[in-house]
Design a protein around this ligand. Structure first.
Ligand code: URA
Length: 432
C-alpha cells in the first residue's frame, strides 16, 4: 500500500481557506521545514495564513509539541550545586520596548539561590532581543554547548544562550516571522515562547506577558488569552508555569536599544536605575523564587548589597564578555527638543520601538547584523516636568541616513501637555 504523505501547497491552502490542520499535517510541515524539505517561501505563506486565520487550541498544542520534538530537550534535574539540587527556574517576556529585564533579573535570582537555564532570543520586529543586547558586551558569546550550560548552572547558577539545538524549528520560524510581517499572532507567539521554554530544562517558568501599544498583542483581552494559552501549554508539558500581565504602553526605563540597555541594566545592578525597571525586576524575581520554592533572601537586598552585580560579572566573564571594555554607542546622533514647557504626556512604546529599529538595532532581512550602538535615550518620562527647549530624546546610530526615518517614526509618538497623563500600573494581573 502506498504511504500517504503531505505536500506544502495543500497544507498552506487548508489554512488559507480557514481549515484545521491535522496533527499529522502539523508534524509533517514542522519536520519538513526544520530539515529543509519545506522552503522559506512555503513556510512564509503558511505563517501568513496562520496569522490571518488563527489556530484552534488543539492546533497550537500540536504545533508547539512538534517544535519541541524538532530538537533536543535538556534535562538538568540530576544536577547539584553546593550539595543541593538546582532550583531550575526561568522567565520569558512576550517582547517589549526597552525590555532589558532579563539582564538584571537573572543575576538577582542567581544571588537568591536560583538556577536559570535561559534560552534567549534575538530582536523580533520592533522589540529588542536579550541576545542582541548582551552581545553588545565585547567578547560575550551566547553560543554555548550543552556541557558549558551544565557547567555554568552548577558553578554559577545561570547560563544565557542561543537556543541552538533546542527547538530548531522555532529558530528558523522566529527568524522568518521577523522579516515577513507575521510576528503579531497569538498561536505563533505562544508556540515560539513555549517550545523553547519546554525544551530548555527549567522546572518552573514565569512569563511576562506584555499589554499595550508596544506589545505584539496590544489589547488586554488578547494578552490575557496569550498568557492563558502559554500557562496551559507549559502545564501540559510538566513545566510549572505562571504569568504576569505587565504594561508595555510606554517603553521600560530610559534607554531603548542594544548597548544602551546593558548600561541601564548595570545601573539597576548598582542599586540605581529607573523605578519601573527595578519594580518589574523585583516582581518577576519574587515570582521566580516562589515558583522555585526558594525563600529567605530578599531580592531587593541583592541589588543594594552588590551580590547581584557580582553574579552578573561572573556570568558575563564565564561567557567571554569583558565588562571593563567600553560599550559601543552610535557615532551619529540627533536630539529631539521640547518646543514648549509643561509635563511629558504619553510616550508611545511602538513609536520608540520602530525608531530604534530604524536606527539599526533590529533586522529587516534574515541574518542581518544589528548595530550594537543603535538606540534612543528617553530623557523625560510621562508625568515629568519639561522646560521649553530641553532635550527629550537622543537618537544614536552608526549610519546617519537612518536618523531621518527614525525621527519620522517618533513624530507624533509623544506629546508635552499641561497635565500629567493618568497613572498606569506596571503590573496588571497575575495568571496561574
Ligand atoms: N518571544 C519569543 O520567543 N517568541 C515570540 O514570538 C515572541 C517573544
Amino acid at each position: 500500500m502506498t504511504q500517504f504523505t503531505f505536500d506544502a501547497p495543500t497544507v498552506i491552502r487548508t489554512k488559507r481557506d480557514g481549515g484545521v490542520l491535522s496533527d499529522a499535517a502539523i508534524d509533517w510541515v514542522i519536520d519538513g521545514y526544520t530539515r529543509g524539505r519545506v522552503d522559506d517561501g512555503q513556510m512564509a505563506a503558511l505563517l501568513m495564513a496562520i496569522f490571518l486565520r488563527g489556530m484552534t487550541d488543539a492546533e497550537i498544542a500540536r504545533w508547539t509539541a512538534a517544535m519541541v520534538a524538532s530538537g533536543e530537550r535538556f534535562d538538568f534535574t540530576g544536577l547539584r550545586r553546593d550539595g543541593r539540587p538546582l532550583a531550575l527556574v526561568d522567565k520569558h517576556s512576550t517582547g517589549g520596548v526597552g525590555d532589558k529585564i532579563t539582564i538584571p533579573l537573572v543575576p538577582v535570582v542567581m544571588a537568591c539561590g536560583g538556577a536559570v537555564p535561559q534560552a534567549a532570543g534575538r530582536g523580533l520586529g520592533h522589540t529588542g532581543g536579550t541576545l542582541d543586547k548582551l552581545e553588545a558586551i565585547p567578547g560575550f558569546t551566547a553560543e554555548l554547548s550543552k556541557e558549558q550550560i551544565r557547567q555554568q548552572l552548577c558553578d554559577l547558577g545561570a547560563a544565557i544562550f542561543a537556543a541552538g539545538d533546542l527547538a530548531p524549528a522555532d529558530r528558523k520560524i522566529y527568524a522568518l516571522r521577523d522579516v515577513t510581517g507575521t510576528t503579531e499572532s497569538l498561536p505563533l507567539i505562544a508556540s515560539s515562547v513555549m517550545s523553547k521554554k519546554i525544551a530548555e530544562g527549567a522546572r518552573a517558568l514565569v512569563l511576562d506577558t506584555k499589554v499595550g501599544s508596544g506589545a505584539f498583542l496590544p489589547s488586554e483581552d488578547e494578552a490575557r488569552a496569550l498568557a492563558r494559552t502559554m500557562v496551559d501549554l507549559g502545564t501540559a508539558h510538566g513545566l510549572a508555569t505562571r504569568a504576569l500581565l505587565t504594561d508595555m504602553d510606554v517603553p521600560l526605563g530610559r534607554a531603548v536599544g542594544n548597548a544602551v540597555e546593558v548600561t541601564e541594566s548595570l545601573e539597576v545592578l548598582a542599586g540605581g536605575g529607573p523605578d519601573d525597571v527595578v519594580e518589574l525586576t523585583l516582581a518577576l524575581a519574587a515570582e521566580m523564587l516562589d515558583a522555585a520554592g526558594l525563600d529567605g533572601v530578599d531580592p531587593a537586598e541583592t541589588l543594594r548589597d552588590g551580590t547581584a552585580m557580582d553574579r552578573f560579572r561572573d556570568l558575563v566573564a564565564a561567557q567571554g564578555g569583558d565588562l571593563s571594555a567600553p560599550l559601543p554607542l552610535g557615532a551619529h546622533t540627533e536630539t529631539v527638543t521640547a518646543s514648549r514647557g509643561g509635563t511629558m504626556g504619553r510616550i508611545d512604546a511602538m513609536a520608540v520601538g520602530l525608531a530604534v529599529w530604524r536606527l539599526g538595532a533590529g533586522r529587516s532581512a534574515p541574518g542581518e547584523q544589528v548595530q550594537f550602538g543603535a538606540g534612543v535615550h528617553v530623557h523625560r518620562r510621562p508625568g515629568e516636568p519639561v522646560a521649553a527647549g530641553e532635550a527629550l530624546f537622543t537618537l544614536y546610530t552608526d549610519t546617519p541616513e537612518r536618523l531621518g526615518p527614525a525621527l519620522a517614526e517618533l513624530d507624533g509618538g509623544w506629546a508635552v501637555g499641561d497635565t500629567a497623563p493618568p497613572h498606569r500600573p506596571l503590573i496588571l494581573d497575575r495568571i496561574t
